[in-house]
Write a protein that binds this ligand. Structure first.
Ligand SMILES: NC(=O)c1ccc[n+]([C@@H]2O[C@H](COP(=O)([O-])OP(=O)(O)OC[C@H]3O[C@@H](n4cnc5c(N)ncnc54)[C@H](O)[C@@H]3O)[C@@H](O)[C@H]2O)c1
Length: 478
């Protein structure tokens, strides 16, 4: 097993000479390095190895183009799974680091694969690229809009490969369905609907406790404010707390948000966003909504996203999927690797299915040094993640209301009103009557897609970034 490549040695030497630092962007010229030879393996480290990270571990351990050389997790209690997986494969155990900064000093590592909570994604990706590593970063790539753009700029400046963990982009079935849509087979696409109908139960209400032994809690918090330890904000459940997660729009939803934007072929932010929603059906420690409708206006097309965390049936056989409507027909994505095309009479005309290897796509781009070969380059990840953040910002700046008679921001938009009607029916079926229970009606926010900012709304612009706790700061500029 090759642990230390000549290319890596050259690259690390150059980045050290250039003075790349962990806390600021390297202002050196990008390094132009010889391509890897076809039989050279990429030395990968996985950062965050609990749940999704174990899938990364398995993906690289089983891959003929990779060596899993190191892992990093701030919880010493979770690393056994990765060690066991290596042992079962009969390969040496990966080196273990609890602090990402120490791991990034390891010059034998070519690439890192990041599966930490969302509030760490951008920082880990940016630091890694500044230290000369290529990056695979889980979705959503950012915790806010600003840091997503900074990751893209860092990737371009350092000439690093940066893949987003939206693996649907590597699935044959989905790729072919998108190609079908882009080639005009359903005519002009007017609406892309994303569905995240996924039951989410209450996480309960739990008391703060001492930090469990083996957990480096200050590192887990990273850029977020210091708070006492509480398991309802820790492993996995952090998704439902704004300090670390982005609710289900930025959890399951980002996958279908990405497919919706991909189908629309829009490579910039929309002109406006408006969101309604609430956390219905239970009172618990979570603070993100479990039920959402977000509408994004692109001028000539609309993206409508629905999150349902309570019991629900699917829509046109899709629960976690997409429906893309064109003038001549529509396409329903029912899973990550399967979609069906219909004509306007509802007759099925095409079936797409088949999987793919997203880790493999990353590894081959690392070897070819061609980011255009990535199926989910970081720019795609940033734009789709940003949509989730915009939807959440509208929600956060909304006001509570009971009445469903006037739904400002949705009015005059037939598709949005139809979706709002189904939102009410769905809640009623779960014994949530919006005349008795308040919901949040978001402000309709105008966006300047070029600047990636809201127009004339200071409060909304303030939410495009966060206050970073030193020294865990995403730079304001690259
Ligand atoms: N692409 C997919 O299909 C998919 C599926 C599931 C999750 N995800 C994404 O993967 C990420 C992880 O999700 P999860 O369910 O595994 O979360 P998790 O909370 O179960 O695991 C995260 C792990 O990261 C560790 N960690 C936290 N901060 C760290 C740091 N600074 N350095 C090193 N380790 C750190 C934690 O201790 C934990 O072990 C999330 O961003 C999620 O959105 C993607």
């Amino acid at each position: 097993m090759e642990q230390f490549s000549r290319r890596r040695f050259l690259e690390q030497s150059l980045s050290i000479v250039a003075g790349a630092s962990l806390t600021r962007v390297a202002h050196s010229e990008p390094t132009y390095l010889p391509k890897r030879s076809a039989n050279e393996r990429v030395n990968v480290a996985v950062i965050g190895v609990r749940s999704r990270g174990l899938d990364h571990v398995g993906g690289y351990l089983g891959h003929p183009e990779a060596n899993l050389v190191a892992i990093c997790d701030v919880d010493e209690n979770v690393i056994a799974g990765a060690m066991l997986a290596a042992e079962k494969k009969g390969v040496p155990k990966p080196r273990y680091y609890s602090d990402i900064r120490k791991l990034l000093e390891d010059t034998s590592i070519d690439a890192v694969s990041i599966a930490t909570p969302n509030h760490w994604h951008a920082l880990a990706a940016i630091w890694a690229m500044q230290q000369g590593k290529d990056v695979y970063v889980e979705k959503p790539v950012s915790h806010n809009v600003h840091e997503g753009r900074i990751i893209v700029q860092t990737a371009r400046k350092t000439k690093k490969i940066c893949q987003t963990g939206t693996q649907i982009r590597s699935m044959k079935g989905s790729r072919e369905a998108i190609e079908y849509i882009h080639s005009g087979k359903i005519g002009k696409v007017t609406i892309a609907r994303g569905l995240c109908y996924k039951r989410r139960k209450s996480i309960g209400m739990r008391a703060d406790t001492a930090v469990p032994a083996g957990v480096h809690y200050d590192l887990w918090l990273g850029p977020a404010p210091v708070r006492p330890f509480n398991s309802s904000r820790f492993h996995y459940d952090w998704h439902w707390n704004w300090n670390y997660g982005n609710g289900d729009l930025g959890n399951q939803g980002i996958h279908q948000m990405d497919v919706a934007r991909w189908a629309l072929n829009k490579n910039q932010l929309p002109k406006s966003v408006v969101t309604v929603g609430g956390r219905f059906g239970y009172v618990d420690d979570g603070d993100t909504p479990n039920t959402v409708v977000s509408c994004f206006d692109y001028g000539d097309a609309e993206l409508i996203f629905e999150v349902r965390g309570l019991e629900t049936d699917g829509l046109m056989n899709a629960k976690v999927g997409n429906i893309i409507y064109g003038s001549e027909g529509y396409v329903v994505f029912t899973g990550y690797d399967e979609a069906f095309a219909f004509d306007n009479k509802g007759q099925q005309v095409q079936h797409f299915n088949g999987g793919g290897d997203h880790y493999g796509n990353f590894l081959s781009a690392v070897k070819s040094r061609k980011s255009q070969e990535l199926h989910a380059d970081i720019e795609e990840g940033h734009l789709s993640s940003a949509l989730c953040h915009l939807g959440n910002i509208s929600y956060l700046l909304g006001h509570s209301q009971h009445s469903t008679d006037r739904v400002e921001g949705f009015e005059g938009d037939a598709a949005a009103m139809e979706t709002f009607g189904r939102f009410q029916q769905h809640l009623a079926l779960n014994n949530v009557n919006l005349r008795e229970v308040a919901y949040r009606l978001g402000s309709k926010l105008k966006i300047d897609p070029r600047k990636e900012e809201f127009i004339g709304n200071k409060e909304a612009n303030h939410l495009l970034t966060r206050e970073y706790r030193k020294p865990f700061e995403v730079p304001a500029k690259v």
